[in-house]
Design a protein around this ligand. Sequence first.
Ligand code: AMP
Ligand code: GLY
Length: 424
Amino acid sequence: MKVLVVGSGGREHAICWSILKSPKVSKVFCAPGNAGIDSIVNIVNIRLDDLDGLLDFALNEEIDLTIVGPEQPLAIGIVDLFRRNKLLIFGPNQHSSQLESSKEFSKIFMKKNDIPTANFESFSDFDLAREHIKRSEYPLVVKADGLAAGKGVRVCYNFEEANEFLIFIMQDKIFSTSGDKVVIEDFLEGEEASFFVFTDGKSILPLDSSQDHKRLLDGDLGPNTGGMGAYSPAPIVDQETRENIMVDVVDPVFAAFKRDRIDYTGVLYIGLMIKDKKSKVVEFNCRFGDPETQPLLFRLNSDAFDLFYMTAKEELSKYKLEWKKKSSVTVVMAAKGYPGKYETGIPIKNLSEFQDKNVEIFHAGTRKVNGDININGGRVLGVTAEGDTLKDAISSAYRSVDKLDSTNLVYRKDIGKKGLIKIA
Ligand code: AMP
Ligand code: GLY
């Protein structure tokens, strides 16, 4: 089988790495890829938003399955286009992708269907939004309606903060048309976890739990990022919590898809806030998480290609999901300055020589230039390791992090620590 993976992050590196293990896969392409992906599959220089270019490539190469990593191509309709051209593709169509690409769409869906989530109001008028934040109690969460690469949300502790962010979104238009509307919602207390459910539209397959670390700094301090590290399984999702997630969230969401004629296939990312074993939905994403995919696929024992392929073929009920009885951890190393301004084009000196058969370094923002691997994006590497226990997995990942040249990189030192505290 010939596979095209669309994307260029650590998630796509992990997807390429895991499907290559399948005996059914003969050739993998990745567009546009990165330096790490380049070292294992064929990278193709086509941009994520060049849907016609991707389609032409898939038709010419007779690709058997296309797997879409990030949200942007889904939001502009890559799945609809490929299906119209009789190509098999993994991911939801443009209409269902609004669950991620419009926060208002997803909040209305949740409210209408009694899915537990924070109370909210949405505004397309700045003055009305401002009146609302004047009257509100704090903390309060202000969100740009559209896609904003993980930067469109701010938890605000007073009117001044909310007002400043509202001005950025609705007047300065820092997220362009993604800020035409805002969603303003109540602050939810608790601990976050990520819950992924595969679906082919007929059956569902929930994965093991994982937990991201969204803030830049140790102790969950500093600004929100795309994710600074993740691990799986997440001890916060114990048996009782998982059962509650299924009954309170997952089953009602998929029942509502049927009622509302949302033809969802692919993987649904449910961002949860958990308190006292009960969960509320913080957000839906229409794709795999980054970095959560890295530790999840690292622990997958069954055939990763089949998981994507059988979902796209509507044969998911036949897939036998199997996990290694291990924990895995990904520590993200990001460019100094991220999520603000950072420098690119600087080599990571000893990365090419790094070797450890039990550790994978999934690349994100990297680029090969004259034999050097250079920093080429905010999140740069995801050092991923496993262990019989979470503690072992953490130690193994950080042993490798310590060996890498981190002169121009930053990383959190406490990835997985929350899980350790839960087990203790
Ligand atoms: P979102 O893109 O909606 O997932 O928001 C990004 C991050 O902001 C989440 O992962 C949370 O850490 C935080 N956040 C969003 N909504 C809320 C909320 N209602 N209460 C508390 N934190 C939130
Ligand atoms: N890890 C957060 C995300 O993928 O959106």
